[in-house]
Write a protein that binds this ligand. Structure first.
Ligand SMILES: C[S@@+](CC[C@H](N)C(=O)[O-])C[C@H]1O[C@@H](n2cnc3c(N)ncnc32)[C@H](O)[C@@H]1O
Length: 265
């Protein structure tokens, strides 16, 4: 895919998704920094997403199970865990070979740090009714290496995409296309949750730098609204008092909605 380049802002150089060496992504260093312990901001996000999916399937009980997808899974299992009660299978779609290998290692029996994340999910039914989430994930999860710009349309019945569209390029145009590809891979009516770093200036993993583009609530809304039913909710999660995750961001944003039944395009 060829995309026009856009000015990334004063003093910043452009780095497009296809120019980044994603295979330099150090999965273990990423988990160590981000997910070794459950942070209060991730905990808030989990509750919001959990309740969104639960409320959706309360209204549409006959709709589950559906095939689910987590786009750009990286080395994070908690989006996939939010999908567990609703899915016959969960595609863990990821570009970096390193992260696909990490996912393949975790799926047969994930590490103990993820128990705290599951602990938040299991505060409510039907998550609480899943006795062995490791066995459920083992049965359902399918790591798949691929490029989100090539995702097929209308294939999945529920989807998540966490910290990907704004954390894979400095280009706002690529951000918008990434959000669109995520929305378009979902079937009409499918519930989704997407999370974003707010005001990100880029990040480093195990000493390697990766690109990001700075987005706020408005860009998230503009990116998703054309593809979502009008009741979409966007929540801004500020940096918690305990400590920021890193330098160079202003918080997190989570958007929960349903794929529009009739396309606006
Ligand atoms: C900041 S990490 C987020 C990982 C994880 N979703 C999380 O919540 O922590 C961004 C992820 O997007 C993946 N990625 C980057 N470009 C991609 C592309 N074109 N298609 C699929 N995944 C991509 C990266 O390999 C990386 O795993």
């Amino acid at each position: 895919m060829v995309l026009r380049t856009f000015d990334p802002g004063p003093g910043k150089s452009q780095e497009l998704n296809g120019e980044t060496d994603w295979n330099a992504f150090d999965s273990d260093a990423y988990v160590e920094h981000n997910y070794r312990h459950l942070r209060s901001d991730d905990e808030q996000i989990i509750r919001i997403v959990r309740d969104h999916f639960r409320d959706h399937f309360r209204l549409h009980p006959a709709a589950a199970p559906v095939p689910g997808i987590d786009v750009g899974s990286g080395a994070n299992l908690y989006p996939a865990l939010t999908l567990l009660p609703w899915c016959s299978e969960v595609t863990l779609f990821e570009r970096a070979r390193t992260n696909v290998r990490w996912l393949e290692r975790q799926v047969p029996g994930y590490e103990a740090n993820w128990d705290a994340f599951w602990g938040v999910l299991r505060e409510v039914e039907p998550y609480a009714g899943i006795e062995d989430p490791r066995a459920r994930l083992r049965l359902a999860a399918r790591p798949k290496q691929g490029n989100l710009f090539d995702l097929p349309e209308r294939r999945w019945g529920i989807g998540t995409m966490f910290f990907v569209a704004e954390s894979m390029t400095t280009s706002h145009e690529e951000f918008r296309v990434g959000v669109r590809r995520f929305a378009e891979c979902l079937r009409p009516g499918a519930p989704f949750a997407a999370a974003f770093m707010e005001g990100s200036t880029g990040y480093s993993v195990g000493g390697e730098s990766f690109p990001a583009c700075s987005v706020e609530e408005e860009q998230v809304w503009e990116g998703l609204a054309p593809y979502a039913e009008s009741e979409m909710h966007i929540t801004r999660i500020g940096i918690p008092g305990e400590r920021p995750l890193r330098q160079g961001y202003e918080g997190m944003i989570v958007a929960c909605g349903r794929r529009r039944s009739v396309s606006s395009r």
